[in-house]
Design a protein around this ligand. Sequence first.
Ligand SMILES: Nc1ncnc2c1ncn2[C@@H]1O[C@H](COP(=O)(O)OP(=O)(O)O)[C@@H](O)[C@H]1O
Ligand SMILES: [Mg+2]
Length: 312
Amino acid sequence: MPAAGHAPPVRDPHPRFQITRAGTAAAGTLPPAIPRGTSGARSGRSGKRKPVTRPNGELYWPRKLAGGTDIEVLRRLRAAQMPVLLYGPPGTGKTAMVEASFPDLLTIAGTGDTVVEDFVGNYVPLPDGGYEYVYGPLVVAMREGRPLLVDDATLIPPRVLSVLYPAMDGRRKIHLTAYRNEPVEAIDGFYVIAGHNPGVHGAVLTEALASRFGVHIEVTTDWDLARRLRVDTRAVAAAIDLNKELVAGTVTWAPQLRELLGFARLHKTLSLATAVSNLAGRAPDHDREAVIKALATHFGTTVTALSLGPQH
Ligand SMILES: Nc1ncnc2c1ncn2[C@@H]1O[C@H](COP(=O)(O)OP(=O)(O)O)[C@@H](O)[C@H]1O
Ligand SMILES: [Mg+2]
């Protein structure tokens, strides 16, 4: 609705939140009841795990968690309205896990510049010169009973993130102060999941945030899965060593599933040597020596970062 006259200046015509393809595809629909069977993560009695197709078409292989699979656990926690905080280095599968669990997901990608309007919505200019209030993903998730993933939540300034709390607390209600104080109530199915990387510069895990999310799950790379997805076992072994160094604090970066899958693709497309050099080149400068050493140890060759040579 046009709201000319009392519209605040629009700071950014391109809202920074991202509605995932999951969200777009499922827009306007109610969340499914806790899915069982067909899209579930197990195949009958054998207990063998089957992949789940994510909204972007990629396959997600469920992982073991708390006596079940990660997907089953997230769906059960949603039904019980117990918010989850997923933490771990980038590339370990946090986003993929949530997308595979909830086809009706909406996502906000957090940064240090995320503002309250990225959650609740904002006035956007209309072609005729007026303004219209467009609801943000928090409002849509509450009213449609959908899950909301707040990714990289600890990069978001704490006072901005606090817009979430009344929606998650017993009240499950917020007011849009910028839009006639309109009340927004959450219906069944509304659920908040947060993702964060504790190692990243500028991340602040406040007590307010930690305490709202009663379940904290660490997500690390699943090495068996990497091997099953045809990543060369020597690359996996080098990544395992480097992740031990990461835990010990002697490096700040180590390859995770994302880099290993990239490795496998490059191996297939170009060559093994190129994939090894490229992985070395992906390491930040100050960790490159350690990464080259781990790769050289496991591949038994000298390794240099991928670079253009002199004219052929
Ligand atoms: N269980 C899984 N099965 C298949 N692919 C996975 C799985 N977990 C992660 N991936 C893949 O690994 C990559 C990194 O996952 P992502 O969810 O983006 O990591 P994060 O959110 O932790 O940074 C993606 O390409 C994703 O498709
Ligand atoms: Mg992610």
